[in-house]
Design a protein around this ligand. Structure first.
Ligand code: ATP
Length: 221
């Protein structure tokens, strides 16, 4: 099936991409807060098939997709979009956004990224086009700030808004910094705990932990 089932044709679409190797409560809490604050009805978590800017994930794309599905099972507000996993080659966000834009008409698309990623946005494939395709919501801690230079800095300054409503009135083009709780959890630390045979309870959903154990993932090699 292409993308999430029964795609609404109107209203803002929230897009939260990541490697999710594995998904954890840091991701899920950030997604939930952004969904609620921005009043996004169609909120999608998008696992990268083959991330372009980092080393290869440990779990396969299918396993990362399945973990996400298990994590949001029973949460109708959060859906999983599998288009990057189904596409071959490196996963570029600009291709994903172009694809979603074709399906969504003039709906506002809101791409959610962390402050660290936002500071390095000019390293992304065809990065200038991202602003034409979507709004960019920068999820940050209260003390985190933009630390970028050159043309990216100019673009961010020109497009920056503090009003979430501005994002609902145009299909793309704004940059909104948004304070979001960042739980001190990372996929790296979960993989390390599992490799040491230690508990990961309360860091990620139990259903995901059960799946990790069934699949024998993240064990010390
Ligand atoms: P890794 O440790 O393998 O680098 P990660 O835990 O950082 O992984 P990613 O899949 O790389 O997770 O992150 C996807 C998105 O989730 C990114 O936009 C990132 O900023 C955000 N994110 C990651 N961890 C958290 C967290 N604890 N709280 C809020 N957002 C997070």
């Amino acid at each position: 099936m292409s993308g999430p089932e029964s795609t609404p044709r109107q209203g803002a679409v929230g897009l939260f991409g990541g490697t999710f190797d594995p998904v954890h409560f840091g991701h899920l809490r950030a997604a939930e807060e952004a969904r609620e604050i921005l009043r996004i009805d169609d909120f999608r978590l998008i696992p990268a098939g083959r991330p372009a800017l980092r080393s290869a994930p440990v779990a396969t794309a299918e396993q990362r997709l399945e973990m996400l599905r298990l994590a949001v099972a029973g949460c109708p507000d959060l859906r999983v979009d599998d288009r990057e996993v189904r596409r071959s080659g490196a996963s570029y966000m600009v291709d994903t956004l172009s694809d979603i834009r074709r399906d969504s008409g003039a709906a506002p698309l809101l791409l959610l990224i962390g402050q660290d990623a936002a500071n390095m946005l000019d390293g992304w494939h065809r990065w200038r086009q991202l602003f034409e395709l979507a709004h960019i919501v920068v999820m940050r801690r209260p003390e985190a700030h933009f630390d970028c230079r050159g043309e990216l800095r100019e673009q961010v300054e020109r497009r920056r808004t503090t009003d979430p409503a501005a994002l609902r009135n145009a299909p793309a083009g704004c940059v909104l910094p948004l304070e979001i709780t960042q739980l001190d959890i990372s996929s790296t630390s979960i993989r390390e705990l599992l490799a040491q045979g230690r508990s990961v309870r309360f860091l990620l959903p139990d259903r995901v932990t059960d799946y990790i154990r069934e699949q024998g993932l993240y064990r010390a090699s």
